[in-house]
Ligand binder design. Structure first.
Ligand code: DP6
Length: 325
């Protein structure tokens, strides 16, 4: 049995929409920071038949199908390197991520699964190749393979490995904190997979892809490499709100943000201006607000977060990516 430990990542330039649904080839490039927790352990082994179990989730037919499909795609990808039979493996997921709090547990689960499979099959695979395997289960999982800051790059083809993860800088490069404020723990109505499929119906979608290609992705990478917090703040907030604009204008419309989210954004902007603090906000497919900040702003942001009535608060920082345990 091989076990891999993995954590979520939070996007700075968001992945929204696919150019190939089955292969989860991303429409646009993206960047993120990998968190140091909470973690998921994924164990795999050869077995009599395909099986998947989880300590937090009832594995219904639909969830099982997603794992089975992912394994089939991983096998198809690995067939370009070696002939490996993955049809009879057992997958055991031990998650320490509270469900539906706006932390991408699927990113941690599928990056962990891919790293564990890479260990099981005993053929030398690079992190880039493992990121392709992770992406076949969940697009954003391609980034959790790497520690620190990572990105997904697109090639101009529709091959199964046409979108790949890569590391911008490791976890020692720049420590940022993520203070996570969870306004509501209700299950989100429409998951990302379904949302991605309708992204192109938004009239803002093509402009979004163009902006990411022309300047946003590179601005974000440069800001990370130069540890330029102000630049990162500008580009990450711009991209986050632009993704939500696309979500809100696609058919059917997806409005993941709540009144609390908007109130927190306004208050954070005020605090940033009046107290000159290095902090910015970003939200994924839910009302959860991630407050990214430099160490000097961490205590103030934690105090602010704990003042929010009815909200749960979590804390994380730059993490080291997926590894075998
Ligand atoms: C809004 O990776 O969750 O968090 O491939 O269907 O699992 P699937 O989608 P997923 O999409 C992530 C969407 C996002 C933005 C991001 O993390 O880049």
């Amino acid at each position: 049995m091989i076990t891999a430990r993995s954590t979520p990542n939070i996007a700075l330039i968001k992945y929204w929409g696919n150019r190939h649904e089955e292969f989860r080839l991303c429409a646009g490039e993206s960047t993120s920071m990998t968190l140091d927790g909470p973690y998921v352990d994924v164990s795999v082994d050869y077995a009599d038949r395909f099986n998947v179990s989880s300590n937090t989730k009832e594995m219904n037919a639909e969830s099982k199908k997603r794992f089975q499909k992912t394994i089939e795609l991983i096998q198809a990808y690995l067939a370009t390197i070696d002939n490996i039979d993955l049809s009879r493996i057992s997958i055991d997921i031990e998650s320490h991520i509270p469900p539906s709090i706006g932390l991408a547990s699927s990113a941690a689960v599928f990056s962990g699964l891919s790293k564990a499979i890479a260990g099981l099959v005993e053929i030398p695979l690079s992190d880039e190749q493992i990121s392709v395997m992770a992406r076949l289960g969940s697009g954003s999982a391609a980034r959790s393979i790497f520690g620190g800051y990572s990105a997904i790059a697109n090639e101009e083809n529709m091959f199964i490995d046409g979108s790949k993860g890569w590391q911008i800088a490791d976890e020692h490069h720049w420590t940022l904190h993520d203070i996570i404020i969870v306004p509501s723990t209700k299950e989100k109505k429409v998951g990302s997979t379904e949302g991605h499929a309708n992204a192109a119906t938004s009239r803002h979608f093509l402009q979004r892809l163009q902006d990411i290609k022309e300047y946003r992705q590179q601005d974000c990478i440069n800001a990370i490499l130069r540890k330029d917090f102000e630049k990162l703040q500008r580009v990450a907030e711009e991209d986050c709100m632009n993704m939500h604009l696309c979500m809100q204008t696609q058919t059917p419309a997806l409005d993941y943000l709540s009144d609390d989210t908007y109130r927190i954004i306004t208050e954070i902007k005020d605090i940033r201006r009046s107290e000159h603090l290095p902090v910015f906000y970003t939200m994924d497919a839910g009302p959860t607000v991630h407050l990214f900040c430099e160490p000097e702003a961490k205590d103030r942001m934690l105090t602010y977060a704990h003042e929010q009535e009815g909200c749960q608060v979590f804390e994380a920082q730059t993490g080291k990516g997926t590894y075998l345990v």
